[in-house]
Design a protein around this ligand. Sequence first.
Ligand SMILES: [Mn+2]
Length: 475
Amino acid sequence: MKIAHFSDLHYAPGNLEEADRCFGFATEHAVLMHADVAVISGDATDHRLDAHAPSLHRLARRINGLSGSMPVLMLQGTFSHEPPGTLRNFELMSATHQIYVAERVQQVSLHEGRFYASSGPVFSEDELREVLSIGADVVFACLPTVNKGQLAAAVGAKEAGTGLEAVLGDYLAAAGRINEQLRAAGIRTVGVSHGTVNGCTTEHGVTMAGFDHEFSLGSLFEAQCDAFMLGHIHKAQRWERAGRVVAYPGSIGRFHYGEEGDKGFLMWNVEVGSAQADLVVTPSRQTICVDFDGPPDMQRLTAIALDATDKFVRIRWQVDDEHKQSVDRDAIAALFGSAAELKVEARILPVVRSRAQGISLETSMDRKLERWCEHTAVDPVPLLDRLQLLETMDAEAIAAGVLARLSDAVAAHPSGTDGMPALSSTSEPAPVTVQEASSDEVGDDALPMPDATVEIVASAPASRLSWLNDDLFAA
Ligand SMILES: [Mn+2]
């Protein structure tokens, strides 16, 4: 059985040309390749669309056209992309074949072109008996985007604190037990979902590894589906285990700069116990992204421009404030005159960064402080300790702590200099002068530092000479 699997169409006014060129190509090819069924695994739209929006109309025409040739199953995607209720309208747009919208957790069988859904998350014993006696071409286990509470209630999770992955894992295992019976009866089983597989790669080449992802590969395979059709991640990728395949087709088109790899849809061939998926590449737009650490290199841009005709080009650079006039934007625009689009993103670095480079790029106060220490050759460890004190304790508590240590020190060294080791045995830092940059050179994001001149007091015990490594007030 051939199943055409499309995902993440993201129809919206801003994406219309890209989405419709690619989805148009994809649906036409699915028909030409004689697909038996179409699956759209979420995010058909990019955001809430007005009823009169041309993008909604174009999508409706494509879905309607598809249903002239094959039954269509549409799955609810991310709520912000596809507000709940959006897809229900598409059920009414069918031509010859049925369009089925899966917006709750359920199993759905397809028999002679008609869909039959379970009343609960999986077929009950009675329902399963009916499916087995009537027969089915394929049974889909549908896991649309759901809110965690609803899902937990739907699948009867006992503990409220159960993680999403565990709840979904329980459901997939339950579906797996039914899928085994279906397979034994010679019925194909297919999972359809919209979510993140732990360990998958995004379209920007980032590996998604963590604890807040919906699926582990193991739990997906535990659903015992011949094929598992996924949406949400915009990069095409697949995993195989003993003939069964889990795969994302990725988004139908290239909706952002920097997205890696081909775009397309998957043409599946699903049989009982095995599946195969081929990516059919859509004519997505070609992008070129060039990033310069400093000012743009015109020679390199000239070479890149030779191959940029009809492509979407983004050029980023950063330049110090006083040199920003040296970049000839008009010359760059002229180089890329034949590109489909030229987007330039210049980052002007305020002068202050040449004195304390990178401080404003740091996002946390302690990283800013560390960066300042790098520039001024100061040991950051004791300063970070004190910063943490300032952030976590109030002034009185800090003062009380200092006083307590001070009295301990007096108790331990009543005469002040008893047991003083030889000076040569300690590393003696030079006095450090810290000066604030004049205010006109300091941006809002630079770290203001107080004036402070610190000198080693001759009477201090040598073991406490290093004010950077020990308590400044204990001497
Ligand atoms: Mn998406």
